[in-house]
Design a protein around this ligand. Structure first.
Ligand code: OAD
Length: 251
């Protein structure tokens, strides 16, 4: 990557910011080896798109297929480690009064990097609950044994099938998380939008809510997105390389 120059105006904004909101998508985890959604699916799933697997209808139609897709992703996520992008955000949270991370990711890597104040808009792939009533599901076997299950277990309370605690297409986001995200972006001094294609609503509306409230928005992405031509600043590149430079420009 040629040397990234952080605009002095951005460094000034970041230095003076008291409340920062960082919106993250799958791109921030790409350098941890977690495939993004709109890259072609690999291996067994190359004939399916995430949209065909991550829906309640797909699960009802073929619970074991959907379950196995998530089991494969759980095993992969369990081996993934935070990358310098996640670590830079955890460091930013130590340097600025209030830094909230609002993520669409379900991989838990912000927590693993030591970040606090992480809002998971789309849930967490490592958690499970039952399909019919949302009863949390704990399984008293090792993770490896759990991830080796080819069929979804059934709920101890109601007997319905167990599913991952992630938001599927067509499902509502956790309301408190979403309301908190809207509130945070409208009151922020600065918003960073990192590694998201800015396509999936309602998360994709958050950076535009910030702009409408007069809050400057920085986009950090490898490629252009629907946000790019309205963002206050564009830092094109890998988040694992750009974020450390941005955070180090503060010191
Ligand atoms: P996408 O796969 O749609 O977009 C990933 C974005 O990250 C793209 O804009 C890439 O250009 C960018 N990118 C890839 N590698 C990068 C890197 N190393 N550094 C910076 N940017 C990089 O993922 P999301 O936008 O997160 O929803 O997708 C949003 C939602 O769609 C997901 O949460 C999921 C999916 O369906 C649900 O599962 C409900």
């Amino acid at each position: 990557m040629e040397k990234l120059v952080v605009p002095s105006e951005l460094t000034r904004l970041l230095k003076n910011a008291k409340r920062v909101v960082v919106l993250t998508g799958a791109g921030i985890s790409a350098e941890s080896g977690v495939p993004t959604f709109r890259d072609a699916q690999t291996g067994l799933w190359e004939n399916y798109s995430a949209e065909e697997l991550a829906t309640p209808q797909a699960f009802q139609r073929n619970p074991s297929l959907v379950w196995q897709w998530y089991q494969q992703r759980r095993r992969m996520v369990s081996q993934a480690k935070p990358n310098p992008g996640h670590e830079a955000l955890a460091k930013l949270q130590e340097m600025i009064e209030e830094v909230a991370i609002v993520t669409q990711n379900v991989d838990g890597l912000h927590h693993a990097a030591g970040s606090e104040e992480v809002i998971e808009l789309h849930g967490n792939i490592m958690a499970s609950r039952c399909f019919d009533h949302g009863h949390d599901f704990e399984y008293s076997v090792s993770d490896e044994e759990f991830w080796a299950l080819d069929e979804p277990p059934t709920c101890d309370v109601c007997g319905s099938l167990v599913r991952p605690t992630v938001v599927w297409f067509g499902e509502a986001l956790p309301l408190t998380a979403l309301e908190r995200a809207y509130e945070l972006v409208s009151k922020a001094d600065l918003v960073l939008s990192v590694g998201t294609s800015t396509l999936v609503q309602p998360a994709a509306s958050l950076p535009f809510e910030a702009l409408a409230a007069g809050v400057p928005v920085v986009e950090i992405n490898l490629h252009p997105t629907p946000l790019s031509d309205q963002a206050s600043f564009l830092l094109q590149g890998k988040s694992g390389e750009v974020l450390p430079v941005l955070v180090n420009s503060l010191s």
